[in-house]
Design a protein around this ligand. Structure first.
Ligand code: SF4
Length: 433
């Protein structure tokens, strides 16, 4: 096969999993739009600490407001929604996911497929490290007049998950969350059904970890940040524990295996990646309003992201955690406790240091988003400490999640180019010393 033929074949293979994911998401939003007719109950909940398998065991449909916000950002609707929320009195400092969501619901709550999202029947607040989650659902409770079931997940302040912390979360699942779902649906908790979902989750998690760790190869067959946000889509949202997610991750893994065998790099929206020149670890969420432009700034320079913290926000699996059908509620508790947003600063530093070393990266780049205190607090300390421990240079850029006013393309591009030049200079200095 010639190189252009390989590239075409690769693009086709990439499309297979991407198309499958698109179809899965489309079907989910169609089911949501029909919830009034089918009688499905709808639960709004968050990505970090989501209890998808439990929701599926009750046959309710999840809605994830952060996903709606990021999709609004990618569809360039967020500026209008944020402006609407600010007119209603939400301060410029409020997380833009929240304002985007409020603006969207005040504009008819039209989802990414153009269909109206149903109102929630329950707000399931899984509190994993971000105080904004609480304030966000207070606003939605005011708006929809619907009950909130709260799961309080203790912060990993000392860097460990103790038996007491697990018990505390399990007790709340038994005493608050499960009864709320039983009241909502009129069904009894079916542990066997939950276990079936959890078994499927663990298998999909194995495949996801394999895909993410494929970036240890040179050249990396994936981009673990810009490409990674697509790879985490099903498992971080409404599909963990489903047959569809299993099929998606099997297909994705086969595609990446094929690229790896052929020595190919990632596929970008502009086509196959050129020669790999830089390997970076990225901390912080991406910008969604200029996502492709942002990705292109890296890809054009031959910079591939080999690991990122953002792809761990809805579950940290590459440290060994898997959902466990043998210990269903304990495993849900351990999952919530282990999400990246729930990790202490020293744990985040340790994880990123490990990524720089294990993936043999040239350094750590922090994308500090204005909106998100949960990510941004301590990022300069993280950067300096990872630099000190690894001896590899870092860089700091600033943008936002979905507020285009805070994405300054020229500034960001300039900083990325300067950073890559610095890496180049160090290489030459190292080679000549
Ligand atoms: S502050 Fe960060 S973690 Fe919290 S809701 Fe906003 S984006 Fe999510």
């Amino acid at each position: 096969m010639t190189e252009p033929e390989r590239a075409t074949a690769d693009a086709t293979q990439k499309e297979a999993s991407a198309l499958r994911q698109k179809a899965m998401i489309g079907e989910h939003f169609r089911r949501l739009a029909r919830a009034g007719e089918t009688g499905h109950k709808v639960v709004y909940t968050f990505v970090p600490g989501n209890l998808t398998e439990l929701l599926l065991a009750f046959d309710v449909l999840p809605v994830l407001p952060e996903i709606n916000a990021l999709q609004s950002g990618m569809r360039r609707k967020s500026a209008e929604y944020i402006a609407k929320a600010e007119k209603l009195g939400h301060s410029e400092d409020v997380c833009t996911y929240v304002k985007c969501d409020i603006g969207m619901l005040k504009s008819g709550n039209i989802g990414p497929t153009g269909e109206r999202l149903p109102d929630p029947d329950l707000l399931l607040l899984s509190y994993t490290g971000c105080f904004t989650f609480m304030k966000w659902f207070e606003l939605l409770r005011e708006e929809y007049k619907k009950p909130v079931a709260m799961l309080h997940v203790p912060y990993q302040a000392t860097g460990e998950i103790t038996a007491e912390m697990v018990d505390y979360v399990v007790k709340q699942l038994r005493s608050d969350v499960i009864p709320a779902l039983e009241r909502l649906t009129g069904r009894s908790y079916d542990e066997a059904k939950l276990q079936e979902h959890l078994a499927r989750s663990a298998r999909a998690e194995d495949d996801l970890v394999w895909v993410l760790e494929s970036a240890k190869h040179r050249p990396s067959p994936i981009d673990a940040y810009f490409g990674g946000v697509y790879y985490i889509g099903p498992i971080f949202t409404s599909f963990r524990g489903t047959e569809e997610a299993l099929a998606y991750y099997q297909e994705l893994r086969a595609e990446v295996e094929s690229r790896l065998e052929r020595g190919l790099g990632p596929v970008t929206p502009d086509g196959p990646f050129g020669p790999e020149r830089y390997r970076l670890v990225v901390e912080g969420p991406p910008n969604w309003t200029s996502f492709r432009e942002f990705w292109r700034m890296f890809a054009d320079e031959g910079a591939v992201v080999v690991a990122s913290s953002y792809t761990k926000v809805g579950g940290l699996y590459d440290t060994g955690f898997r959902h466990d059908p043998e210990r269903p509620l304990e495993s849900l508790a351990r999952y919530c406790l282990g999400c990246y947003t729930n990790l202490s600063l020293p744990q985040r530093i340790g994880l990123l240091e490990r990524y720089v070393r294990d993936y043999d990266a040239d350094g750590l780049l922090v994308n500090s988003v204005k909106s998100c205190n949960s990510f941004s607090a301590g990022q300069l300390v993280i950067l300096r400490e990872v630099e000190r421990r690894t001896g590899r240079p870092g860089a700091f850029i600033e943008s936002d999640l979905v507020d285009p006013r805070y994405f300054s393309a020229a500034n960001i591009k300039n900083r990325i180019e300067s950073y890559l030049q610095m890496i180049e200079q160090r290489r030459h200095a190292g080679a000549s010393s």
